[in-house]
Design a protein around this ligand. Structure first.
Ligand SMILES: C=C(O[C@H]1C=CC=C(C(=O)O)[C@@H]1O)C(=O)O
Length: 430
């Protein structure tokens, strides 16, 4: 138990202006917002937030609990009118491991109650500005940055040089060590990740990058997190950790992957192969079973829908939707705490898998593969699993991709699969 907390609260003297404004792209305002800024974009809502009225950070095994307690206490003291009368939301996320502080500016867990919210929800555009002074002036400046604006154009910076960590030979050795351990019955599954570091030809406009991801990955959660004193972590993830609305929690198990085919027939063949693969079925089942067990422990009654195919631009996955009805009002953060890391990004059993990852991986995951999202004063919230993602630091991009390993995983196939998982980020940069 090693928990630190910090809460800078503007209690009293805080003015909030929340109004519907004329339509325009909220992404047009993103790069101009104060840090910390964050974007949360889904098919049915687009939100960008910036600045902070309050911030809570925590570390250690109780970091989600600490954030839940402090953020809830803070909300009681702040006037936080939101868009369309919604409950105010905290935005943020966490590192993959409880104490990781290796990415500059990114705490092991951090959430912010933003000073500015620009949201496109239910066909309406809303702007909220909170602060002690100049609220009207800031509101009008932001209104002008959004109303009537198209999404920013994306201008890929180009890549000058790339370094993969580990290299292919070392990756093969790592995978073999894991598959040997699984074969020997020491554990059931491990997700090993690797990283790709790119020197860019110029800076990346994050608003434009997010708009571009929206065109190519409209049914993924597109996110960006840009703390004070750090780079910007962004991604387009197909994986939801949880959506909690009242006592209903929805999530998906996502594991088991294949490439997309170059023709309709080739694509269908790859899909059929994936759906018939005993190895992928096992890799997927481990995730479904772990999520069901964790949700039942909350406690909740859980129902599992039929497995289906999830097709993305460069890769296709096995996906199983899961829904739980909570017995009591468990906060979204407590649900995240119970679920993270699922064996889609960690392994099974979790503790042994995490030890293998720490021993073998040799890369720093930072916030990759960890929860990123929001929660509100009622305990509702949404967290995505931050995969298909990259940390951009000036003219350097650090991309991450992992692969679920079971006893009969093939190192070369897993190398190719992880190359495909870099595509969403590399396509943005090249
Ligand atoms: C860990 C990643 O993907 C996970 C999600 C879907 C499919 C996966 C797989 O088939 O290995 C991974 O478990 C990643 O994209 O970095």
């Amino acid at each position: 138990m090693n928990s630190v907390g910090e809460s800078a609260v503007a209690s009293g003297g805080l003015t909030t202006r929340a109004e519907r404004i004329a339509d325009g792209s909220v992404l047009a305002a993103f790069d101009g917002l104060d840090r910390p800024r964050m974007a949360w974009l889904r098919a049915d809502e687009r939100r960008v937030v910036g600045g902070q009225v309050a911030r809570v950070t925590a570390a250690g095994s109780d970091r989600f609990e600490t954030i839940e307690e402090r953020a809830t206490a803070t909300l009681a003291t702040v006037d936080t009118t939101g868009p369309a009368g919604q409950s105010p939301r905290w935005y943020g996320g966490a590192a993959f491991t409880p104490d990781s502080e290796s990415w500059a500016g990114f705490a092991p867990a951090a959430v912010v109650l933003p000073a500015v919210v620009a949201a496109r929800v239910d066909g309406e555009t809303w702007l909220v500005v909170r602060g002690r002074d100049r609220v009207d002036a800031r509101f009008e400046r932001l209104r002008m940055a959004i109303e009537g604006q198209d999404p920013p154009a994306h201008d890929p910076p180009g890549i000058d040089a790339v370094e993969r960590r580990p290299d292919r030979m070392e990756w093969i050795r790592q995978v073999e060590r894991v598959t040997d351990a699984i074969g020997a019955g020491q554990l059931r599954k491990v997700v090993l990740a690797r990283s790709l570091h790119a020197d860019l030809g110029g800076p990346v406009g994050i608003g434009g990058a997010l708009a571009d991801l929206g065109d190519r990955y409209p049914d993924c959660t597109r996110f960006a997190v840009a703390p004070v004193g750090g780079g910007t972590f962004l991604g387009a993830t197909p994986e939801i950790l949880l959506d909690r609305r009242g006592r209903t929690v929805t999530t998906t198990a996502l594991a088991g992957s294949a490439a997309r085919g170059g023709s309709r027939a080739a694509d269908a063949d790859l899909a059929a192969e994936l759906q018939a693969s005993a190895k992928d079925d096992h890799e997927h089942r481990v995730v479904v079973d772990a999520i069901v067990d964790q949700l039942e422990s909350l406690p909740a009654s859980v129902s599992v829908a039929d497995r289906r195919l999830r097709r993305l631009a460069s890769v296709q996955h096995l996906e199983t939707p899961i829904e739980a009805t909570l017995d009591t009002d468990v906060h979204a953060l407590s649900v995240a705490d119970a679920l993270h890391p699922t064996p889609a990004v960690g392994g099974q059993p979790p503790d042994r898998a995490m030890m293998r990852i720490a021993d073998l991986e040799g890369i720093d995951r930072g916030w990759y593969a960890a929860p990123v999202g929001w929660f509100d004063a009622t305990g509702d919230g949404s967290f995505a699993v931050a995969i298909r993602s990259a940390l951009i630091e000036g003219r350097r991009a650090h991309c991450f991709a992992g692969a679920g390993l079971v006893a009969d995983s093939d190192p070369d196939a897993e190398w190719s699969e992880t190359e495909l998982k870099y595509r969403p980020m590399l396509d943005l940069l090249e």
